[in-house]
Design a protein around this ligand. Structure first.
Ligand code: HEC
Ligand code: HEC
Length: 257
C-alpha cells in the first residue's frame, strides 16, 4: 500500500500524499533497532557471516544475496533463521531480536549500496552467475522489466560487461549506485515547504539539505515528506524479479561485452 503511494507520488507530486504521518518507502531502518541488531547479529550470526555481514569461509555474504534483497519485510530472512539451511543451524531469536537483526541487515545493504565503493569482490565466480538465458533476459529488458524506458544497450549500457567484474555487474543492475542524490520536499504543519537533498529519513526524523543552505531536521510525525529517488524504479524491480529473471538479465547484460 505504501509503495503504491510512492509511485503515485512520483508520477504526480504534492496533492496525492495527504495525511500527516507519511513517509516514503523505503524508509531507512530505525537507527535504534539497527544498533541493537548490530550487537545481536555479531553475537548470533557474526561467527559465520562476519559482523558486517560480508561473509566468511563458514557462511556467505548476506549483502549481495537475492534472498535478502527480495525480502521486503524481513520474513524470508526470519524463515531462514528459524529453520536453518545446510551449514546453518536453526537459531532461536525472540521476535524483537529478529526484527533488530533484520533492521541491521537492511541497514548494511543500504550502506553498501549507497557508499562503499570497495575493491571488486572476486568471491563469486562467473560460472555460478551465468546460469540464465540471454534471449529471455533481452525479452525481459524490453518487455516486463521496462529497462528500455531508461537505458539503451547501444547507449549508456553499451559494453557494460566490460565495466564491472561479474559479481559487481550483478549487484549493479540489481541496485545501482545513483549518480544523483535523493531529493525531498518537506511540508511543515504551517504549509511551508523545504526542498533539498534527502540526508536521512527514518521513523523519528527527516533531514534535508537545501541547495546552498544548512541541513534542516524535522520530526517525521509532524511533517509530510515526498521523496524523489532516482533509483525508485530499481527498488521496485527488486520486488518484481523472480530468480530466473535475475539470472536471465545477468546473462543478457554479460553478453554486452
Ligand atoms: C554456523 C554458521 C552460521 C550461523 C551462526 C549463521 N549462518 Fe546464516 N548461513 C550459513 C550458511 C553456511 C549459509 C548458506 C546455506 C546455503 O546456501 O544452503 C547461510 C545462509 C544464510 C541466509 C541465506 C542466504 C542466501 O543466499 O539465500 C541468510 C538470510 C542467513 N544465513 C542469515 C543468518 C542470520 C540472520 C544469522 C544469525 C541470526 C545466521 N545466518 C547465522 C551459516 C551460518
Ligand atoms: C525509471 C528509470 C530506470 C529503469 C526503468 C531502470 N533503470 Fe537501471 N538505472 C537507472 C538509474 C537512475 C541508474 C543509476 C545510474 C545513473 O544515475 O545514471 C541506473 C543504473 C543501472 C545500471 C548500472 C549502470 C552503470 O554503469 O553502473 C544497470 C546495469 C542498470 N541500471 C540496468 C537496468 C536494468 C537491467 C533494468 C530493467 C530490469 C533497469 N536498469 C531499469 C534508472 C532506471
Amino acid at each position: 500500500m505504501i509503495r503504491i503511494l510512492v509511485l503515485l507520488c512520483l508520477a504526480a507530486p504534492p496533492a496525492l500524499s495527504q495525511g500527516n504521518r507519511w513517509w516514503a518507502w523505503p524508509a531507512d531502518p530505525d537507527p535504534r533497532s539497527v544498533e541493537r541488531g548490530r550487537g545481536e547479529f555479531a553475537r548470533a550470526c557474526g561467527d559465520c557471516h562476519a559482523a558486517n555481514a560480508s561473509g566468511t569461509a563458514k557462511g556467505p555474504n548476506l549483502i549481495r544475496t537475492a534472498r535478502v534483497r527480495h525480502d521486503k519485510d524481513g520474513s524470508a530472512i526470519a524463515a531462514v533463521v528459524r529453520s536453518g539451511l545446510t551449514g546453518m543451524p536453526p537459531i532461536a531469536l525472540t521476535d524483537s531480536q529478529m526484527k533488530d537483526v533484520v533492521s541491521y541487515i537492511e541497514w548494511a545493504v543500504q550502506k553498501y549500496d549507497r557508499v562503499s565503493p570497495g575493491p571488486p569482490p572476486d568471491d563469486y565466480p562467473l560460472e555460478r552467475l551465468l546460469t540464465g538465458n540471454a534471449a529471455d533476459g533481452k525479452a525481459f529488458f524490453n518487455g516486463k522489466g521496462g529497462c528500455g524506458g531508461c537505458h539503451s544497450v547501444t547507449g549508456d549500457l553499451a559494453g557494460i560487461a566490460k565495466k564491472y567484474p561479474p559479481v559487481f555487474l550483478q549487484s549493479r543492475f540489481l541496485m545501482p549506485r545513483a549518480t544523483k542524490p535523493r531529493m525531498a520536499t518537506v511540508t511543515l504543519a504551517s504549509g511551508e515547504k523545504v526542498e533539498g537533498e534527502l540526508k536521512t529519513l527514518n521513523t523519528y526524523d527527516v533531514t534535508v539539505l537545501p541547495a546552498g543552505g544548512k541541513p534542516q531536521t524535522f520530526p517525521a510525525d509532524q511533517v509530510k515528506v515526498e521523496v524523489r529517488d532516482p533509483l525508485a524504479a530499481h527498488r521496485e524491480l527488486l520486488l518484481k524479479y523472480s530468480d530466473a529473471d535475475v539470472h536471465n538479465m545477468f546473462a543478457y547484460l554479460w553478453s554486452l561485452q
